[in-house]
Design a protein around this ligand. Structure first.
Ligand code: PNS
Length: 158
């Protein structure tokens, strides 16, 4: 199975890493699709986010592709000849939003499916937004992000 894991990944966290590693248990190939042109205010450019994710996941070789996309996710799925998307669910608070985007995507592309993986408890509170805030205030995020991301955050917030 070839699946797409879409997201902002600003930056990629240990929660994201866990979802990727668990997906590789049942999928042959995973395409990590970084959303470009997001309305969110991002710290890292799409190119920087891709570079960091590639560095973190280089040990998986060709089984992990890292790309960016803009426009509709369902169109990106069709272009890549897959109908399966992976999303992580941390807590009930994620459910409403994920349910709404799933239903919208399904309406746009009837074969569309999302596989939801529940985050491990140690990652259930990790979010890119919180990581950025703590790092910007000089806090330690070494348990929440891969080493490459931590180093990059340290360059921005010494
Ligand atoms: O990491 P995020 O920000 O929660 O990821 C959200 C993402 C990228 C999955 C979602 O915003 C998305 O798919 N955007 C692409 C535009 C689109 O297809 N919108 C229709 C469904 S909401």
């Amino acid at each position: 199975m070839r699946v797409i894991y879409p997201g902002s990944f600003d930056p990629f966290t240990n929660g994201h890493l866990d979802i990727v590693e668990r997906t590789l248990e049942f999928a042959e190939t995973i395409i990590i699709a970084v959303l470009k042109n997001s309305s969110k205010k991002n710290l890292f450019s799409p190119e920087e986010r891709i570079e960091l994710i590639k560095e973190v996941l280089k040990k998986y070789g060709k089984r992990v592709e890292v790309d960016s996309f803009s426009g509709l996710l369902v169109e990106y799925c069709k272009k890549n000849q897959t109908n399966v998307v992976i999303r992580g669910l941390r807590a009930v608070s994620d459910f409403d939003y994920e349910h709404a985007i799933y239903l919208m995507n399904k309406k746009l592309f009837s074969e569309f499916e999302t596989i939801f993986l529940m985050s491990r408890s140690e990652h259930s509170f990790v979010s890119s937004t919180i990581v950025k805030e703590v790092a910007s205030l000089g806090g330690n995020v070494s348990d929440q992000v891969p080493e490459a991301v931590q180093k990059r955050l340290k360059m921005i917030y010494p």
